[in-house]
Structure formats: structure tokens, C-alpha cells
Design a protein around this ligand. Structure first.
Ligand code: GLN
Length: 285
């Protein structure tokens, strides 16, 4: 068997594509990611040295990584990291893997935020801290609080804040609003679990390896969103906004929930695929 980077990329991408039903270019990028991780090199190195052979040690380590991916484990968990909004974040199986779709929520949050130390932001179900840290990075004067029910996830979020040097981001263990009595925020954001418990997607692809509590939320997927929408008004300052990511077919129902809870200026916004992915509203009274 040939050990050159070029031949490994070609043969293993084909194997991966077959095993996981990936398209060829995705499989190729994934094999390149594993090799970059193994060799601590940029992608350009792989392209510039196609004839470079792995030595015996490297080859056996590479096989471990490849076998994990062939069994379906997400690349982000194998590498232990994922980029989100330009920030490199540690991820573990205790956290949801940040998705590009969720960058929309960050962009909307930045648009709805004033840039002062009085404008506190709350990110609920923060996981890796991705949303909180992206906002904290873009608005260094704004204090951002991330909460999560999972102590293991909070540890990852805290580590990410520390590595990134984002001293305006803080993290507290809280089951939604349970530890937040008496606190007020200008903006509350969340990418809560929103998949219907019986959805067949939960048994396919990467999500099989992600924490179920970060994905599924009752029969229609809206249990946690209902909880957040019905209580957020108590924690928002007058004029404050609540912005929520939700499933591809939930925008109408989330807008109704927001309206029923007394939010004004209720809207939905589309992700890069043109799907209504985030809905929000403003508390005026
Ligand atoms: N967007 C994720 C998915 O569809 C789900 C994330 C979530 O439930 N918040 O896989």
C-alpha cells in the first residue's frame, strides 16, 4: 500500500465517501483535515508535498483517526476543535458542534446590540460558548454571560474564553433561567435544542454522536423554545430583544409564541440556504 499523502488522500477519501455516503470533495477535505491534524501542517503543505510519505508511527496514528471517522464519529470531535465566526473553539462530546448556520444568530445579535458596558447579553445553552464568545469578541466592551445546564459543557466554554483571552465573557451553570433570578439583559440569544424527539435525523450522521440534550426537545421540538419565550420577558430590560435559532419548519410557530408572550417587532431571518432559521422579538413594556 502506498503511503504518500497524495495516494492516501485519494484512496481514503473514496473509502470514506463510500462508508458515510459523503460527496467526494467533502470526503477529500475530511481526509486532508485528519492529515493536517496529525502532521500539524497547513493545507498548503499537503498540496505542496504530495509525494511525502508517512513514517510507520505517523501511519498508525493516522489509521486510528481514519477508523474513528469511518465509524461515523464527527471530524470536529476527532480533531477536538471547530472554527466558528473566525474563532477556533475546543469541542468535546459534551458539547454540540457549532454550525455555520448559527453564525446568522451572531450577526443578528450584533445588529440588535448597542456597544456599551450597560448592555449585558445572555446566551442560553451556550455549549462550547460559541455564540457568547463570538459576540464577546466582536463587542469587547459588552459583558456576555453564557449559561448551560451541563457542567462539562461549561468547562469547555470557560476554557475557550481563557484561550481566546475574552475577559468580557463569563459562564454560569443554570438550567435555562434557574440561576438568573433578578438579572436583566439587553439581549438574550439562544440556539436551544429544537429537534422533535422522534425525528429520524437524530439517528443519522454526526448528530448520533452529539449530546441528545442539546438536540431534541419534546414531541414537536419546541418544548425548550416555549420555556425560553414564556420566561424571557422577566429577564429583559425594556426595549430588549430575544433572538432564537430554530428548525427549518418552525419559524411560523416560533413567531406565534413570541407574539403570544407579548413581544413586538417579531421577525424571522433566513440562513445562507434561504431557510428561516432565526426568529426574534422586542420587549417594549
Ligand atoms: N441545527 C442542528 C441540526 O439540525 C440542531 C441544533 C439544535 O438543535 N439546536 O443538526
Amino acid at each position: 500500500m502506498s503511503c504518500s499523502l497524495q495516494s492516501l488522500i485519494a484512496q481514503d477519501a473514496a473509502q470514506l465517501a463510500g462508508a458515510l455516503a459523503l460527496d467526494g470533495s467533502t470526503a477529500r477535505i475530511e481526509v486532508q483535515c485528519l492529515l493536517q491534524h496529525l502532521l500539524h501542517v497547513p493545507r498548503s503543505y499537503l498540496l505542496a508535498h504530495p509525494e511525502r510519505c508517512l513514517n510507520a508511527d505517523e501511519y498508525s496514528q493516522y489509521q486510528v483517526l481514519l477508523q474513528r471517522r469511518l465509524r461515523g464519529e464527527p471530524v470536529a470531535y476527532i480533531l477536538g476543535e471547530r472554527e466558528f465566526f473566525g474563532l477556533k473553539l475546543k469541542v468535546t462530546p459534551a458539547t454540540l458542534i457549532p454550525r455555520p448556520d448559527t453564525e446568522l444568530l451572531v450577526e443578528l445579535a450584533l445588529q440588535h446590540l448597542t456597544n456599551t458596558a450597560e448592555s449585558r447579553v445572555l446566551d442560553m445553552g451556550t455549549g462550547t460558548g460559541a455564540i457568547a464568545l463570538a459576540i464577546a469578541h466582536e463587542r469587547p466592551a459588552v459583558p456576555v454571560l453564557g449559561v448551560d445546564a451541563s457542567a462539562a459543557a461549561l468547562q469547555v466554554a470557560q476554557e475557550n474564553a481563557q484561550v481566546l483571552g475574552l475577559t468580557n465573557a463569563h459562564f454560569v451553570q443554570s438550567n435555562w433561567f434557574s440561576a438568573l433570578a433578578g438579572q436583566g439583559f439587553e439581549l438574550i440569544v439562544s440556539n436551544p435544542p429544537y429537534i422533535a424527539a422522534a425525528d429520524e435525523h437524530l439517528s443519522q450522521g454526526d448528530v448520533r454522536f452529539e449530546p441528545a440534550t442539546a438536540l431534541a426537545s419534546g414531541a414537536d421540538g419546541l418544548d425548550d423554545i416555549r420555556h425560553i419565550v414564556s420566561h424571557a420577558g422577566d429577564y429583559l430590560q425594556p426595549g430588549g430583544w430575544l433572538l432564537l435559532e430554530h428548525g427549518y419548519d418552525q419559524a411560523g410557530r416560533v413567531r406565534t409564541l413570541l407574539q403570544q408572550a407579548g413581544f413586538d417587532a417579531v421577525f424571522s431571518a433566513c440562513d445562507l440556504a434561504g431557510i428561516e432559521r432565526v426568529s426574534g422579538g422586542q420587549i417594549c413594556s
